[in-house]
Design a protein around this ligand. Sequence first.
Ligand code: ANZ
Ligand code: ZN
Length: 847
Amino acid sequence: MDTYDPNEIEKKWQKIWDEKEIYKAIDLDKKPKLFLLVEFPYPSGAGLHVGHCRSYTAMDIIARKKRMQGYNVLFPMGWDAFGLPSENYAIKTGIHPSITTKESIETFKQQEKSLGLSIDWSREINTTDPAYYKWTQWIFLKLFKNGLAYKAKIPINWCLSCKIGLANEEVVDGKCERCGGDIEKREKEQWIIRITKYAERLIQDLDLVDFPERVKALQKDWIGKSEGYEIDFAIKNQSDAKLSDRSELHHIKVFTTRVDTIFGCTYLVVAPEHEIVRNQESGIKNQELRIRNQEEIRSYVEMAKKKSERDRQADVKDKTGVKLEGIVAINPANNKEIPIFVADYVLATYGTGAIMAVPAHDSRDFEFAKKYRMPIVKVILPPKLGAIPTNPLETAMGKKDSVRVEVDCWEGEGSLVNSGEFNGIKSEQAREKIGQWLADKKVAEKKINFKLRDWVFSRQRYWGEPIPLTFCEKCGWIAVDENDLPVVLPDIKDYKPTDNGESPLAKDENWVNTKCPNCKGPSKRETDVMPNWAGSNWYFMRYCDPKNSEEFASKESLEYFMPVDWYNGGMEHTTLHLLYSRFVYKFLWDIGEVPKELGPEPYKKRTSHGMILAEGGVKMSKSKGNVINPDDVVKEYGADTLRLYEMFMGPFDQAIAWDTKSIKGSRKFLDRVYNFQFSIFNFQKNPKLEKLLNKTIKKVGEDIEQMKFNTAISALMILLNEMEKEQEISKEFFEKFLLILSPFVPHIAEELYSGIRNQESGIKVEGKSIFEQEWPKHNDDLLKDEKAKVVVQVNGKARGVVEIEVGTVQEGVLEIIKEDEKINQWIKGKKIKKVVFIQDKILNIVI
Ligand code: ANZ
Ligand code: ZN
């Protein structure tokens, strides 16, 4: 064949690779194992996205290289196939989600195969397969039996259009993460997983893993650990001045991280959902606490209910609230009477749902205090008072230098004033001292709070794993016997969600009515199903032993393949999937289901790819019609071109826009690679090229490890340029070139490699695949004498010589000069007008 025809080459090799099963990971093999993981996709009707290709190709490159370096690589794939889109599609079309799911999986699989990914398809998993979700249910039961799953009535985020309860994590910008629809708070009985019990460890153990700092920071922020105090403020009924501390309701408990500011607390604020507001009629009357403006408060609370939590927190200048007339609180630090407000900027779901407001040192309180004319008492003076910037204008007008710019609200540290016996103490110490002082008075207690909420695990929908519990009037909630798992999702006709918020499963009475596993009396199955995170929080372990029917994976297989050595995925999964799966793994490890020697973290290393945007830098979306379909690209240019282009388009971890012009450039490069096979080969070594090859082997190898695919490819391009300048080249040389090129563009590399091999030996394709060859090693000795000396001149005068690596560009040499004091003294602080640079020889700086 004289011209490069990727369609033919690619199909041919995909078939051969499949037949030879060269990408199979071997159980308990003697070679060192390497578990490479990409986030398994949700097989949507839309098909594979070019973004999937970016992540998968990257990991595929690493997998291929590591196999060539002697690793037993596990690079598996599966389908995260439960979830709303299939169900919503089913509601629209009447086609059962199991059918559409199956079709989508077929499409995805065929598409992934067409990219030439070196996946071990023998380990394919599917979360909607009963043989798989049996274990998802089993894990739920383990959580349940260990007290980590409980049912509670809680206000949840209810998506009005999906008719589904969402976890806080699934609410993005106050809207439903899936459909973008409006959200309302509703009280619902839900199964909840006590992930908060692991909050501390989920932070601490981040020290054990190699994750990007930004991923660690996001996880920590999400978990949101805060250390502070809970403080009791007594409530006094103003009308009869009776003060009793017998009842809980005669106190308001607040959470603060700044107990050092308590002398500056001039009022309290409670959330609209706070019990003192709720228990208006019932509780408070008995306890002689009468709030006079009940009507006003009730209508305020109604209004607050309509706002989303995010809107309530948003930094709008216009904070609203209502004073509770008729009662006051006592500040336990100075015994002053202070008013109590209800305001929606205080959230019911954090801390105690009540705060001590310190308007001089908290900007939210400050805004509120200005609006409602509450006293603002400064208790912290910023450090280095004298050094605080003076007002330049006033200084210029002849006013005294010591005039200090008024800081409206100082949120930092400093020393205490207006704080009685604590005056003069630094705020950091005051936190300890005042905290202790209040603790001794029994009005305060040290407290650690987390922003992380327990994980709402119920969905009132159809297309998910049934929660394997039954409710019996006598025995309550009872786990289905483990031997009776899986509880198979029944095939029902009407999967529309119900308006009363019950799962569609509730309509199938045959399925719902069952026997209590405990007393054998009549009982009813739970009709809620699991959220779509359930199947993905442990899937990586199933890959180790995907066909096991006795265990979710055998201990030996886990011991051998786990932990995941390298996990690449999207930044959007940092706070949800990554957190949930770390938690579930830790839990299974705690209860001994995961071998102890594996340690408490499932993923050793995490990396993230940047998004691929549409041409022009906007998000790809169906509605804009700017979605690039990988199938079209494969058809037009070939899979190798698509792979090469996606790896070359820019730094892997950064977002980048699609550019049709550059994809043509990638294809041209492969055309040239293809044509190179017709060059004249000999057995002579060319020392200059050998050096460049040696350098390129090193660079490509190192760049792949660091996911710097774009620079690896450009090194390969430079090498090809130089090769093309030669009259003749050795076969061995070209083979090495193909070897280091092969992970990026496996089909063309395999084709050319087998071609030159066969010419040589006369054997047909039967030989070994390029991917069964060894990755070339570079020679450090050859690198050593790749140094050159560059004479540095300043305004034409020689000022010194620097040693550089051959081929260092101008910027690189300038960097080196900066480090060289002797030369640098001539240019330090001067403006460089011009630089004349002759590579590897002279650099002249004109100043
Ligand atoms: C008094 C104070 C003075 C505060 C000061 C801050 C600065 P993090 O770090 O996020 O935990 N707070 C407590 N519960 C709240 C709730 N349910 N809704 C809204 N705000 C709440 O923040 C803790 C601080 O957030 C607490 O410390 C409290 O305000 C406020 F100069 O108490 B602070
Ligand atoms: Zn029973």
